[in-house]
Design a protein around this ligand. Structure first.
Ligand SMILES: Cc1cc2nc3c(=O)[nH]c(=O)nc-3n(C[C@H](O)[C@H](O)[C@H](O)COP(=O)(O)O)c2cc1C
Length: 333
């Protein structure tokens, strides 16, 4: 280059990599359980290799047909679902659904398998079996499903939750990480978060859906056959951001436990809110039904935002909310 040539300032592409308790992701974006099937169904609509991780539908030991229809209804700012953990069951998952995920993993995304159960033994056996596979990077324990009769047994009882998490952790291949998915349908989410961490959760994910109802005014009946369902989408986003903020400040930050934030993430600005509140990972659920490419679009917006903010890494945003007092201990408004 000649002496008098003026050089334009180099814009460095910020790093989007995050490390969730040793689970290294190329970026924080992932699918939310139950909203993207087993993965391959979405391959035609979105480049899944761009995801940091793929999270499966909840897998149970037995095959589950799920609840009667109607199982999904739209609300003004979200969706109400009562799928009832419909899934192919453990054996078919291992034989038919895991191999395409293993192939997807070769392109980059880490694989997180969501597991649900009825009893401690049930969770321990299913999680232990799936975690034995070396391509499964993490198990996400669904203790927070509002749409089956025993879906919240563990997720609303800190003592039981701690015991469950401890036993599941012991049954898992050590290198496979344990994520515990928290329910917002509790009096104090910091109590269940603390119990999960004490039991051995290495990562927390939050939030699952809010129990809710919508009524057909002509039939005078609930619009969902199940009566109630779980509310997701933009309607719950500020609630989810608040709970991530609470759990980050009251439990997770000091324990060094990363949070995967979710609940209405649709635009890159939503992702930034969750990161500032304390999330290290971001899951997209309901928004995928409108546009399966949402995580990729968010990544592009997030990268540009980091550039404009002069950040070298997305990790600079995690928990960077400027607030000089931590949220009060429960009871809280
Ligand atoms: C249709 C549907 C099915 C879901 N199924 C599961 C599931 O099987 N297991 C689970 O842990 N969460 C399940 N969820 C909850 C989501 O993973 C997520 O926690 C919640 O929807 C909030 O994120 P969102 O607002 O981006 O959808 C489901 C949500 C929806 C909308």
């Amino acid at each position: 280059m000649g002496k008098n040539t003026t050089t334009t300032q180099q814009t460095v592409t910020p790093s989007l990599a995050v490390d969730l308790a040793g689970l290294k992701l190329s970026n924080p974006l992932m699918t939310a359980s139950g909203t993207c099937g087993y993965g391959y169904e979405y391959g035609d609509f979105v480049d899944l290799s761009r995801l940091g991780a793929f999270v499966t539908k909840s897998i149970t030991a037995e095959v589950r047909p799920g609840n009667e229809p109607s199982r999904i209804v739209e609300t003004r700012a979200g969706m109400l679902n009562a799928i009832g953990l419909a899934n192919v069951g453990l054996d078919a998952f291992m034989a038919e659904k895991l191999p395409p995920l293993q192939r997807m993993r070769q392109d980059g995304p880490r694989i997180i398998v969501n597991v649900a159960g009825h009893s401690i033994d049930d969770y321990v056996n299913t999680a232990g079996h799936i975690a034995a596979d070396e391509d499964v990077d993490a198990i996400e324990l669904n203790v927070s499903c509002p749409n089956v009769s025993d879906g919240l047994t563990f997720g609303t009882n800190p003592k039981l939750l701690k015991e469950l998490v401890g036993l599941v952790r012991k049954a898992m291949r050590p290198a496979c990480k344990l994520v515990v998915k928290l329910s917002p349908n509790v009096e104090d989410i910091t109590a269940t978060a603390a119990a999960a961490v004490e039991g051995g959760a290495q990562i927390l994910s939050m939030i699952n859906t809010y129990t809710a109802m919508t009524i057909d005014i002509n039939k005078r009946r609930p619009r969902l056959a199940n009566g109630t369902g779980g509310l997701s989408g933009p309607a719950i986003r500020p609630l989810a951001v608040y709970l991530v903020h609470r759990v980050y400040r009251c439990v997770a930050r000091d324990a060094g436990v990363p949070i995967i934030g979710m609940g209405g993430v649709q635009y890159w600005q939503d992702a930034v809110e969750f990161l500032l509140a304390g999330a290290s990972g971001l899951a997209v659920g309901t928004a995928l039904f409108a546009d399966p490419a949402t995580p990729v679009t968010i990544l592009e917006g997030l990268t540009e935002h980091l550039r404009q903010q002069g950040c070298k890494s997305v990790t600079e945003l995690i928990g960077a909310l400027e607030l000089h007092t931590d949220p009060p201990a429960a009871p809280y408004p």
